[in-house]
Design a protein. Structure first.
Length: 443
């Protein structure tokens, strides 16, 4: 960002640096909380929701049913992207992010209060479905705003990959906290985990939301949006406008996420089902392995974002997609050995190819859209992938294994996702120069 943008915000260089630090902290902490809320549900779905809410089905069918509700959250994400993308491009990033944090947090607390099948029958699953949809809507509006909050305070475009990777840090960090919470209360509650212990991690979201709100209330609006506002370039219906002006960008940014999001939920969520029911491993052993996975993930994601500033966003993302496509054929043979240390190693490193893509992904997507339509465009492109990638992937993986009794079809599925992602990334128009010129000159 040039000094012109800084001046627009009425800040000195020192004040600007302080605001940038606050924006990075606010976006990173906020996304960590949001992903804790959203991903905690995935862990609980794989471990306990089947027998609790669908007890009359066989174990595998119960897991499929709970993953069905898990998918509903992904249906809500594009809805949230449209709603909050609209308001994020009209009233600003800050106000919208406060709303998404509240919605997601309240929904997560509500999950911890839902009565199970033994109390109210099928209505427990119905309530869970509604709450999960609301949670997905909140998360759908969060990601785009958090990325823009970090990226649009950048002084130059040279380090946008690094800055935009900090909100990406929130996904593995949120998964880390979610699994730590489940592991801690699994040990503490013991046999009572499926009775009441699973509820505590959801109820803890109250504390996290209070902290997140306190941080976000102290930040200022981004200079880029202030400039759009000052020059009266606010669109009346930004979501429709971005679909009209940049439909190719929305479609390609959706498709390029396939090799990142689909395998991400297979190695981070489906692994609980596969490891406990197929490999017959202890629940807590797998939780510890996934926690190790998330630590390596959040350490690497920022490095991958920073590397994209050197080698290019598209190049870095394609390297990650190739890595992911190949890794799928290595991952399951290691798991299927049944050797505990190999299982642990396979799970621990499985997030590295995902994070190689996820690190540069934020800047790659955000820089593809005009600043005045950026919240809507980035949110739609990113969240539409939820319907075709992240949401159905644990369900697809479970179904493939149940049908073929082999992990090979899952590896092929991952490879096909990688091919689609590579082609989509290659076709994505380099809109960066034009988008940046709009930040400086207006359109």
């Amino acid at each position: 960002m040039t000094s012109t943008n800084v001046a627009m915000a009425g800040l000195s260089d020192a004040e600007h640096r302080a605001q940038l630090r606050r924006a990075l902290i606010a976006s990173t902490v906020g996304t960590t909380i949001e992903w804790y809320d959203f991903l905690l549900y995935g862990t609980a779905s794989a471990l306990v929701f089947g027998p609790l809410f669908f007890p009359k089905q066989d174990p595998l069918a119960g897991v499929l049913a709970s993953f069905g509700i898990f998918f509903i959250g992904f249906v809500g994400r594009p809805i949230g992207a449209a709603i909050f993308g609209h308001w994020g491009d009209r009233i600003g990033r800050k106000a919208t992010l406060i709303a998404t944090l509240l919605i997601t947090g309240i929904a997560t607390i509500a999950v911890g209060l839902v009565p199970t099948y033994s109390s109210i029958g099928i209505w427990g699953a119905v309530l869970l479905t509604i709450i999960r949809l609301v949670q997905g809507i909140g998360v759908g509006g969060e990601w785009g705003g958090s990325v823009l909050l970090a990226m649009e305070w950048a002084r130059t475009t040279k380090n946008r990959g690094l800055l935009s990777a900090w909100p990406q840090f929130g996904a593995p960090a949120g998964l880390f906290l979610a699994n730590c919470a489940v592991l801690g209360f699994s040990y503490w509650s013991g046999d009572q985990f499926s009775v009441w212990g699973w509820r505590i991690p959801f109820l803890l979201s109250f504390v996290m939301v209070v902290v997140g709100l306190w941080i976000r209330l102290g930040i200022a609006e981004t200079p880029v949006f202030q400039k759009v506002l000052a020059e009266e370039r606010i669109e009346r219906v930004p979501v429709l406008e971005v679909l009209k002006r940049q439909p190719k960008q929305v479609l390609l940014t959706c498709l390029l996420r396939l090799p990142e999001q689909a395998p991400g939920y297979i190695v981070g969520t489906f692994i609980f089902t596969y490891a406990t029911t197929v490999l017959h491993q202890d629940r807590n052993f797998i939780l510890i392995a996934v926690i190790s996975q998330t630590v390596l993930g959040f350490l690497w994601v920022v490095c991958a974002g920073a590397l994209s500033d050197k080698v290019g966003r598209k190049n870095m993302f394609i390297y990650g997609a190739i890595f992911m496509g190949v890794f799928g054929f290595i991952y399951y043979p290691m798991l299927n050995t049944g050797i505990p240390w190999l299982i642990f190693f396979a799970i621990a490193v499985s997030l590295l190819p995902v994070m190689t893509e996820y690190g540069p992904e934020a800047a790659l997507i955000a820089e593809s859209f005009s600043p005045r339509l950026r919240y809507s465009g980035t949110s739609l492109g990113y969240q539409l992938a939820s319907i075709i990638a992240g949401g159905p992937s644990p369900f697809i993986a479970t179904w493939l294994f149940a049908k073929y009794h082999s992990s090979l079809p899952i590896s092929i599925y991952i490879a096909l996702c990688a091919i689609i992602g590579i082609v989509s990334t290659a076709l994505l128009t380099d809109y960066t120069g034009k988008a940046i010129s709009e930040e400086y000159a207006g359109v």
